[in-house]
Design a protein around this ligand. Structure first.
Ligand SMILES: [Zn+2]
Length: 418
């Protein structure tokens, strides 16, 4: 074996990685070029089988756990050392793209193959993982497999979840594992992990705009969801003078306008969205008696979220008058800060490979936010066209995908020898 072959990054093959994306895109492929491969569907099972067939061809072991996470393992020299793990998810949105999640799984698998091709023996085992149900579009919550693995959600609670047709998750999981059988690791999910690194398309426009290839992900921003409820009084639209009205929607517009203003930060880091508005009774000629709307607010800093949550509460208390109004927090997902050593290593590998790069937080949630609770973790982003994701037209270049995989394998190799 020549010296050049000992470099795992050189052993990454752009054509092979691209072809694997094309092969996977056929499973649940849509006429518009996207995929519909929802969690624990027949298409999900087909993707599992394809990944397992590739693993078998390379002599890697595969196994699954009781929430259906799928693991592909390349042994290390020290059988007792906790593995280095990398991966993402193979399920998609109903009108999803070919790269969201799948890239992280295939980049991790490419890393295993590159290590194999380069003839590199690592101290720790290296595992490629496909987490169950990251998208959360069929079964909620999302990032389920990684959440159960990390002990954030209880297995039994998740097995009882139903989709909108009433199918119980446990039944869908049993069917999937029957269609795509892998040796089962019994008992509650979770085992010691040394390090975790997840590759993903950015799902936003920043890398493309800055003309950088590698996003060194420093954090995942926290998110909070709220519901605002405003009570009015139903009245005749033709006869009721303005002074006599308690118009719930008029109050909602004052509240919403003040909130947009209060959340307009100078560095454009705070994300504030009112995504759903309901007005009751919903009659064209009745003054609304009730208005309800949702708020999704995100930022990498919990302290900043605290400040703005207080502003939202003050606005609801003052701007809805004369209508009584309430704001309730529905979810609060804390920000994830990735491990400084892993962040530094990703940056150093990108630099060593002469790839343009930038530090950035992740706007979207990922499986890595749960696994970061278990071990030092990090993420690597690559650009996607116009930042479009959760869309059938999602696209990325073979060169960028391969560049991310080169950084990934270098990072995994180094961590696997620690
Ligand atoms: Zn994803």
């Amino acid at each position: 074996m020549g010296a050049a072959l000992k470099d795992s990054s050189v052993a990454v093959r752009e054509d092979r990685l691209w072809q694997r994306h094309a092969d996977m895109a056929k499973l649940g492929g849509t006429p518009k070029g996207g995929v519909n491969r929802q969690a624990l569907s027949a298409e999900d099972a087909a993707a599992r089988n394809l990944l397992m067939s590739w693993a078998a061809a390379r002599g890697f072991q595969t196994f699954t756990d009781t929430i259906g996470n799928l693991f592909v393992r390349r042994d290390g020299a020290d059988g007792n050392a906790p593995p280095v793990m990398s991966g993402s998810h193979m399920d998609s949105q109903p009108t999803g793209g070919r790269f969201d999640g799948m890239y992280g799984v295939l980049a991790a698998f490419e890393a295993l193959e590159a290590l194999e091709d380069a003839g590199i023996r690592t101290r720790r085992p290296v595992i490629a993982v496909a987490w169950t149900n990251e998208e959360g579009s069929r079964f909620q919550p999302g990032a389920m497999g990684s959440a159960v693995f990390a002990g954030h959600n209880r297995l039994d609670d998740m097995l009882a979840v139903k989709d909108w047709k009433g199918v119980v998750l446990k039944d869908a999981l049993d069917e999937t594992l029957k269609a795509a059988p892998a040796p089962l690791r019994d008992g509650p999910p979770g085992f010691p992990v040394g390090f975790y690194v997840e590759a993903h398309i950015e799902q936003g426009p920043r890398l493309e705009k800055a003309e950088r290839t590698i996003g060194v992900v420093t954090a995942i921003q926290g998110s909070r969801r709220f519901i605002v409820e405003i009570d009015g009084e139903e009245a005749h639209a033709g006869t009721t003078p303005r002074a006599a009205r308690k118009d719930a929607f008029a109050a909602a517009t004052r509240v919403a306008a003040a909130m947009y203003e209060a959340t307009n930060d100078r560095d454009d880091a705070l994300r504030f969205t009112i995504g759903r508005v309901e007005v009751a009774p919903g009659s064209p000629n009745t003054v609304p008696g009730k208005a309800t709307f949702t708020i999704d607010m995100r930022h990498p800093s919990d302290a900043v979220l605290d400040v703005h949550e207080k502003k939202l509460r003050d606005i609801v208390a003052t701007k809805a008058k004369p209508c009584p109004a309430r704001i309730e927090r529905i979810t609060n997902v804390a920000p994830t800060d990735f491990d400084p050593k892993v962040i530094d290593l990703v940056r150093a590998k990108a630099r060593a490979l002469k790839l343009t790069h930038m530090d950035m937080p992740s706007g979207a949630g990922h499986d890595a936010m749960h696994i970061a609770k278990l071990c030092p973790a990090g993420m690597i982003f690559v650009p996607c066209e116009r930042g479009v994701s959760h869309n059938e037209s999602e696209n990325a270049t073979p060169a960028d995908l391969a560049a991310g995989a080169r950084v990934l394998v270098g990072v995994l190799e180094e961590l696997a020898n620690r």
